[in-house]
Design a protein around this ligand. Structure first.
Ligand code: ZN
Length: 316
């Protein structure tokens, strides 16, 4: 029997932080409500970075305060440092995510620190969050390749992952920040981590679709036993410090893939068995995001859904 997929939705954070449009808090809260309704249990809702750095997420505290509290739903916020963690704690959020890069150059451009300096700071953040009883996931960006340095040694990712887990992180999220991964890299990475003693249950995959490989990479990771995947509705997002990094893995594409792999022939409105997600509702959330952002979004299932609605409108 195939075990369920845990999907982690990032459109409200990773997605919006890379869009120039600043969306109203009301709209964000409404999207979060509908994501919960669609069946998500893990939603990254915002980031407690300095509001001046990312004005799109300057309303972090207000968004968190207004989220619907639903049994079994985990809301996550990105925290860059101790100040971010303190702001998150003030808002009573119970799950936080930290980040650093596996590439020295990308890490320096992103947070102006060496990897060693970042790790030292994050260990304090993680220990403190752990002490407060928070759930912690730690992103390792550019894990599958760096736009400045090229290939990244999986051994380096393993060493960073071990330090983060030993500091108290519950799980590692491997970020393919500029979509440089491919299935063989995914295989090499996961076997290095597993052979290095990290259980698959502690690894999430955060693919970007910059070069069209997010779905095939997810499939490769699934075949190897990974079950936790990050997605962004309609592929919203990218990375402001990585040139050419457009588009997270489109959540609808992942839901569709995993439902078919799980043996579902159709996803007719009801919640699908492997992911527990209502694909049709995601379709309409994607259309609303597209309207709010004001440019066409690019996820494949999203485009399919847009075409479907246009055909329906014609026949009506
Ligand atoms: Zn991302």
């Amino acid at each position: 029997m195939t075990s369920p997929i845990q999907l982690y939705e990032v459109c409200l954070r990773d997605g919006l932080q890379n869009e120039s449009v600043v969306l109203p808090t009301d709209f964000k809260v409404a999207i979060a409500e509908r994501l919960v309704q669609a069946g998500f249990r893990d939603i990254e809702v915002t980031s407690f970075v300095r509001p001046r750095w990312i004005p799109q997420l300057a309303d972090a505290a207000e968004v968190v305060r207004r989220l619907p509290r639903v049994e079994g739903v985990r809301y996550w916020a990105l925290v860059p440092n101790m100040i971010g963690l303190e702001r998150a704690l003030e808002c009573d959020i119970h799950h936080v995510a930290t980040f650093l890069s596996a590439s020295e150059t990308h890490n320096r451009k992103n947070v102006n620190r060496t990897i060693k300096e970042s790790l030292a700071g994050l260990k304090k953040v993680i220990a403190s969050a752990h002490g407060e009883g928070l759930g912690i996931r730690s992103y390792i960006s550019t894990a599958f390749g760096c736009p400045f340095e090229g290939a990244i040694d999986p051994g380096r990712v393993l060493a960073i992952a071990i330090e983060l887990l030993e500091a108290g992180a519950d799980r590692i999220a491997l970020g393919d920040t500029t979509g440089m991964g491919h299935p063989e890299k995914v295989r090499a990475m996961l076997s290095t981590l597993v052979e290095g003693g990290i259980e698959l249950e502690r690894i999430a995959l955060h693919f970007h679709d910059t070069r069209g490989t997010a779905v095939v990479n997810s499939y490769a990771a699934w075949q190897l036993g990974a079950r936790q995947f990050d997605g962004s509705i309609s592929g919203l997002g990218g990375c402001p410090y990585a040139p050419g990094a457009a588009g997270n893995a489109c959540t609808q594409d992942l839901v569709h893939l995993f439902e078919r792999l799980g043996g579902a022939q159709e996803v007719p409105g009801g919640h699908a068995p492997l992911t527990g997600i209502d694909l049709e509702l995601l379709g309409s959330i994607g259309m609303d995001l597209e309207a709010a952002i004001g440019r066409p979004l690019s996820g494949r299932y999203h485009e399919f859904w847009r075409g479907h609605l246009e055909r329906e409108a014609k026949t009506a």
